[in-house]
Design a protein around this ligand. Sequence first.
Ligand code: SF4
Ligand code: SF4
Ligand code: SF4
Length: 189
Amino acid sequence: MDKNPTMTREEFLTHCGRGLLLLALGGGLGGLVARNVRASTDMVWQIDPAKCNACGKCATACVLDRSAVRAANAFNMCGYCDLCTGYFGSQPAALNEGAENQICPTGAIIRKYVEDPYFEYTIDRNKCLACGKCVKDCALYGNGSLHLQIDQGECVHCNDCSIAKVCPTGAISRVPAERPYIPRQRPEN
Ligand code: SF4
Ligand code: SF4
Ligand code: SF4
């Protein structure tokens, strides 16, 4: 289990509970997962947003049934666009919150009016499936502020991250547990 000094007792027990559940499944497929979980670490796996191309493998390659990866928005890079290409599909019928206009298959992106003509976009992490669609189109047509990251509260800290093994861009590596997230930053010109 991580020696994360910020982890509360409840979070620690939650992590322990998850580990015990995996161990309880040890006779079946879950055993493969349980044996792959680290006993302790001061390093954790994380995505470098500058290397990720939102290929989609983060949604399917994690050992967890539901990936530990989530989308996030770097507000220092976001244009707060009315026509956000990470939010709207390619030909939206209208620039509003109708499900048919959104690119996200689960409606995980929250669009909130700020002031004309600006809107704020945040991710409902409980709904995000890490498909990367919003990330890809934000990078292609927008500022690239939407990005993927491994949620350290969800990750079970495998010895070998199964997503890192298949990541086509080598975007996933170990980082110090005290700095578990790699900020999305503007590329240098
Ligand atoms: S489009 Fe995919 S990656 Fe983006 S918020 Fe929705 S589920 Fe998450
Ligand atoms: S280390 Fe990688 S494969 Fe394992 S739970 Fe975390 S994100 Fe998923
Ligand atoms: S597998 Fe690598 S390139 Fe693909 S979405 Fe995940 S981090 Fe990005």
